[in-house]
Ligand binder design. Structure first.
Ligand code: NDP
Length: 278
């Protein structure tokens, strides 16, 4: 039996698993097998997006799992091209149907796309979805403090979550501080920095060896002990299981300090101020 996954309480009282499963860049045809492996391993939170074009693959795995809907936590995201009030309502309905769900647990604006100038009206649509009872929580992704400030000028609901690129090479101190001050949970995307050179860092290797754990597990513990929600992605069953097996050990304060030293302000993805692709 896999260990119980801790939850964080969102600002509207909804409980969200602190560790979930991401499916970015997984082709739809492979997504069902990956999500089924994750659900079998014990994950209950799945992170997809319109842009990933694999909501149907997620839907098949959810339906085949036989897991009660109330035990699942499904996140999807509004793509930039669908921003705008009416467009957002229509895009959400498409996602909801593709996922085969009555409601979505967390719906996020994927990017602020500031040059489009539409995230405030898109947020108003997410508030309407909340009132309609078809989402349990709403949030944003890739929002810098300035974008959150602009939203706050007219929003009646504070975002529950801000999902941003976050790992030891990009620790996002300013975003995390803003989120914490405003009751917004920070969720880390690419928590393993896409499985690249971060996992070969000598300081992480030393800690991993001492604990008899993998580098990926050490990095995931760093996130969990900071309070981040994490959504590592893998299509490899052994890694899917390994990334969930992170609740039986702890990093010391000195270990955390070692990982903190790896900050380089280095992104694997675009800067949110500049990304306006549709
Ligand atoms: P991750 O940091 O999760 O890294 C995934 C990569 O690391 C894959 O290549 C995977 O390989 C490899 N990997 C996974 N586990 C291990 C392990 N234990 N040991 C060694 N290598 C490992 O990157 P992602 O970019 O996928 O981010 C995670 C999720 O975050 C996405 O899937 C998506 O849901 C979300 N995301 C959101 C974005 C946003 O704009 N909101 C942007 C990007 C991601 P393999 O699969 O071959 O096993």
């Amino acid at each position: 039996m896999p260990a119980e996954i801790p939850t964080v309480t969102l600002n509207n009282g909804v409980e969200m698993p602190q560790l979930g499963f991401g499916v970015f860049q997984v082709p739809d045809a492979e997504t069902t097998a990956a999500v089924s492996a994750a659900l079998d391993a014990g994950y209950r939170s799945i992170d997809t997006a319109t842009a990933y074009q694999n909501e149907p693959g997620v839907a098949k795995a959810l339906a085949a799992s036989g897991i009660e809907r109330s035990e699942l936590f499904v996140t999807t995201k509004l793509w930039n091209a669908d921003q705008g009030y009416e467009e957002t309502l229509a895009a959400f309905e498409r996602s909801r149907k593709l996922l085969g769900l009555e409601y979505v647990d967390l719906y996020l604006i994927h990017w602020p796309a500031p040059a489009l100038g539409k995230y405030v009206e898109s947020w108003r649509a997410l508030e309407k979805l909340t009132a309609d009872g078809v989402v349990r929580a709403i949030g944003v992704s890739n929002f810098q403090p300035a974008h959150l400030e602009k939203l706050a000028e007219s929003a009646s609901i504070v975002p529950a979550v801000n999902q941003v690129e976050l790992h030891p090479y990009l620790q996002q101190a300013a975003v995390r501080e803003y989120d914490e001050e405003h009751g917004i949970v920070t969720e880390a995307w690419s928590p393993l920095a896409k499985g690249g050179s971060l996992l070969g860092e000598p300081s992480i290797q030393v800690i991993a060896e001492r604990l008899g754990r993998s580098a990926a597990q050490v990095v995931l513990r760093w996130h969990l002990q900071l309070g981040n929600v994490v959504i590592p992605k893998s299509v490899t069953p052994s890694r899917i299981a390994e990334n969930l097996d992170v609740f039986g050990f702890e990093l010391t304060d000195a270990d955390i300090a070692e990982l903190n030293k790896l900050e380089r302000d280095e992104r694997t993805g675009p800067h949110p101020d500049e990304f306006n692709a549709v």
